[in-house]
Design a protein around this ligand. Structure first.
Ligand code: HEC
Length: 117
């Protein structure tokens, strides 16, 4: 490729590739182990399976519902921090449990993981 024969252009090309690579990695990287650990600590799996309905809907179904929503992440963060009303499979309603985490990044990581399912 003629472009890559010029050292200057090659440098620009490589920097651009590196920048693109880092940005996309940042946007999408989810720490799956940390997310599962936080969910386990909070007993979320008592009512949710990754792909199995329990008292609450399977998380991959929730992901399917919110993935395309530009406000999906925001809505799920609100859901997990506000104790809004949750409708259970047997029809009764009660306040959804509030996620216990003293780290906003870890909370966001859990929401991003659920959305990635
Ligand atoms: C006692 C049972 C129970 C526990 C424990 C529980 N959930 Fe839920 N969750 C539900 C039910 C029921 C719904 C369905 C709410 C609805 O559709 O109204 C739900 C809905 C959700 C939703 C979708 C919200 C929406 O707006 O559709 C997410 C995300 C979620 N739960 C995450 C979690 C996380 C993370 C934990 C652990 C901190 C957790 N849940 C713990 C019962 C539970």
């Amino acid at each position: 490729m003629k472009l890559l024969r010029s050292p200057f252009k090659l440098k620009i090309f490589l920097s651009a590739a590196l920048i693109m690579c880092c940005f996309s990695a940042n946007a999408e990287s989810v720490d799956v182990d940390a997310a599962k650990g936080l969910a386990k600590q909070n007993n979320c799996f008592r009512c949710h399976g990754v792909d199995k309905d329990k008292d609450g809907p399977a998380w991959n179904k929730i992901a399917a519902k919110f993935k395309a929503d530009p406000k999906g992440e925001e809505k799920l963060l609100h859901h997990l921090t506000s104790g809004e009303t949750a409708k259970f499979s047997d029809g009764h309603e009660e306040a959804h449990m509030i996620l216990k985490s003293d780290d906003a990044k870890a909370t966001k990581n859990l929401v991003d993981w659920i959305l990635s399912l």
